[in-house]
Design a protein around this ligand. Structure first.
Ligand SMILES: NC(=O)c1ccc[n+]([C@@H]2O[C@H](COP(=O)([O-])OP(=O)(O)OC[C@H]3O[C@@H](n4cnc5c(N)ncnc54)[C@H](O)[C@@H]3O)[C@@H](O)[C@H]2O)c1
Length: 267
């Protein structure tokens, strides 16, 4: 390689210039941070959330930074709304290069026998049916393009059990099952499907848990003690894995659960 080629080579870690990236649950926590970081890398953003008010604020903030944004209210459990989100993205941008299926909930923590059927069903509905519906409508568009990358947001509770969170853990194990199955089915069409499995991350979801603790700081220390890094993740640290998972240069990784857990499952 000559000096000119060496200096001109693309040394960016990830590149989303003009790539179209869809994100669900984009007005809070990890989804909002993902929109921000994919936007910073040059992506055109198709964002959705069930919360119309927060979505409008998020979309305006992204537009104010100069990013191209399509936003639409979408409850991921509603098939008509999910289809409208995918169709709206195609209508606005003409394609879907990457999809971050992120919307999810963590219901009230309780032992299995004390978990209400309603909480169990709501968790499976949003965390599992939501990811299923998103992929059901995103994949045919990606197959038609002969390219695309999906990153579902599971959890470290998708690879190990989570005491007092059985419904949540079951839902996240299911997300990994959907991810791996779809990765095989659509690999021949050049569609990659991976998921990211975070440990505790400082978002509103975790703040809800902390709000119930008698001492916030003590609770953070106790809940993260088992992780090598002895602290929760910041949203931007988890988004790094999403950027990596969907990057077109990362073209041989599919069917993978990328565990980002501060070392929790290392021992
Ligand atoms: N924060 C953590 O500790 C943690 C750890 C592991 C995995 N996760 C996963 O990361 C993802 C994002 O979580 P977060 O921490 O950013 O949570 P969050 O509560 O901060 O944000 C979730 C977003 O999803 C939206 N949402 C909820 N139900 C929806 C629905 N039915 N349709 C569309 N949008 C909906 C909310 O309005 C909110 O904007 C979730 O799938 C969660 O399970 C989070």
């Amino acid at each position: 390689m000559g000096i000119i080629q060496f200096l001109a080579r693309d040394i960016r870690m990830v590149d989303y210039q003009n790539q179209v990236v869809m994100i669900t649950g984009a007005s809070g926590g990890l989804g909002a941070e993902a929109a921000q970081q994919f936007g910073e890398q040059g992506a055109k953003l198709a964002i959705s959330d069930i919360n119309a008010e927060k979505l409008a604020i998020t979309a305006s903030a992204l537009e104010a930074k100069g990013y191209e944004v399509f936003s639409i209210v979408c409850d991921v459990t509603n098939e008509v709304q999910v289809k409208a989100f995918v169709d709206g993205c195609i209508e606005k941008f003409g394609r879907i290069d990457a999809a971050i299926n992120n919307a999810g909930i963590d219901p009230a923590h309780a032992l299995l026998a004390d978990t209400t059927l309603e909480d169990f069903q709501r968790t499976m509905d949003i965390n599992v049916k939501g990811v299923f519906l998103c992929m059901k409508y995103q994949i045919p568009k990606m197959v038609a393009q002969k390219s695309g990358a999906i990153c579902n947001i599971a959890s470290v509770a998708g690879v190990v059990g989570a005491p007092s969170m059985s419904a949540y853990a079951a839902s996240k194990h299911a997300v990994i099952g959907l991810t791996k199955s779809a990765s095989y089915e659509y690999g021949r069409h050049k569609v990659r499907v991976n998921c990211v499995c975070p440990f505790i991350t400082m978002t509103d979801m975790f703040e809800q848990t902390l709000a119930l603790a008698p001492n916030r700081e003590e609770a953070i220390v106790n809940l993260t003690r088992a992780a090598g890094l002895k602290r929760p993740a910041q949203p931007e640290e988890i988004v790094q894995a999403m950027l990596f998972a969907c990057d077109k240069k990362n073209s041989y990784m599919t069917g993978h659960e990328l565990i980002v857990d501060g070392g929790l499952t290392a021992i």
